[in-house]
Design a protein around this ligand. Structure first.
Ligand code: NAP
Length: 309
């Protein structure tokens, strides 16, 4: 089968279209014929050897964490799905999605939302699970609370705004000026232009900051929280001294593949509560151009690879 692999760390030029062995499903696994795979910043961070830690002796490595496709075969004990089910999943780190086939634990997979095509479905798993787990599992967000989401027009942020709004929260969200209308249309009470407005003068006494940006944005966020609030981040470990001084809880987390949460998210999508926003689609053999686009072109929503026919 065809797969996009890296044999060394570096820029998009290290991504190669290779011919590799088709996987066979082990116990509890499903074999998926990949129809689409979406990109996430973790793909170029992995390619550059930055995150998650990959040792040189683990190369070559197939990139990609998100798939949508068709279940075609099962290992022993993987019985919750049937052949020809259309599915989507976030892959565990040891498996790569930029390939024609993947074999992964069936418990990580959910049926694809019926209202989405394969390209849209592949855009959901990692970004939506990151948003869901950050807001609810780690952030404890509830109806009636207020949240500030930094990086609202990116892959994770667009889901986070919609989930927070659907949960009944008041949503403040930072993004570029050109994306303010979109971010308010999908659920933010107030979108804040991160270059020309000071979010800390607009959003105060918050229950939660969901930080997809880090750095000085995080540093300026402590004063927006009420005592007893929380700052949850996907980037660097928050400074616990600053958290203590602000009287808040602070945490960095890593999103996990979860088939059960994807099934719940899929219902919200099919109910029309959550929209999927695509930026651009590339064919598998242009994966390097797709990564370059995600990394450098201020994308809005998700960049996707079209894989199978
Ligand atoms: N820990 C985990 O498990 C986990 C999971 C998923 C993602 N992440 C990380 O979380 C981050 C976000 O992921 P993503 O997929 O949403 O990335 P993305 O699609 O690249 O989006 C990033 C967004 O941040 C915006 N942005 C940049 N600087 C900003 C600022 N100062 N204030 C407000 N917004 C700003 C960008 O807008 P403009 O382009 O308009 O500047 C862009 O829309 C990435 O670094 C990713 O690696 C971690």
């Amino acid at each position: 089968m065809k797969a996009i692999r890296i044999h060394e760390f570096g820029g998009p030029e290290v991504m190669r279209l290779d011919e590799v062995a088709k996987p066979t499903p082990g116990p509890g696994e499903v074999l998926i014929a990949v129809k689409a795979a979406s990109l996430n910043p973790v793909d170029y961070k992995t390619r550059e050897g930055k995150f998650p830690p990959v040792k040189a002796d683990q190369l070559p490595l197939v990139l990609g964490r998100d798939v949508a496709g068709v279940a075609t075969a099962f290992g022993e004990g993987a019985s919750a799905l049937a052949v020809d089910d259309e599915v989507y999943a976030m892959l565990p780190t040891e498996v790569g999605a930029f390939a024609e086939w993947v074999a992964i634990p069936a418990r990580l997979v959910a049926k694809k939302p019926k209202s989405l095509d394969m390209l849209q479905a592949a855009s959901v798993p990692l970004a939506a699970l990151t948003a869901w787990q950050g807001l609810f599992d780690h952030g404890g967000l509830r109806a009636g609370q207020s949240v500030l989401i930094h990086g609202a027009s990116g892959g994770v942020g667009l889901f986070a705004v919609q989930f927070a709004r659907a949960a009944g929260a008041q949503v403040f969200a930072t993004c570029s000026v050109g994306q303010k209308a979109l971010v308010e249309e999908i659920g933010a009470t107030r979108a804040i232009d991160y270059k020309n407005e000071r979010f800390e003068e607009i959003a105060r006494e918050l229950d939660l900051v969901f930080d997809l940006v880090g750095g000085e944005t995080q540093d300026r966020s402590w004063r927006t929280l009420k005592r007893g609030g929380a700052l949850i981040c996907t980037m660097q470990e928050p400074d616990q001294g600053k958290a203590e001084a602000a009287g808040v809880r602070a945490e960095r987390y890593t999103a996990e593949p979860r088939g059960d949460q994807l099934a719940e998210i899929g219902k919200m999508i099919d109910d029309g509560q959550v929209r999927v926003i695509l930026d651009k689609v590339f064919p598998l053999d242009e994966a390097a151009d797709a990564e370059n686009h995600l990394q450098n072109d201020h994308v809005v929503g998700k960049v996707v690879l079209s894989v199978g026919g």
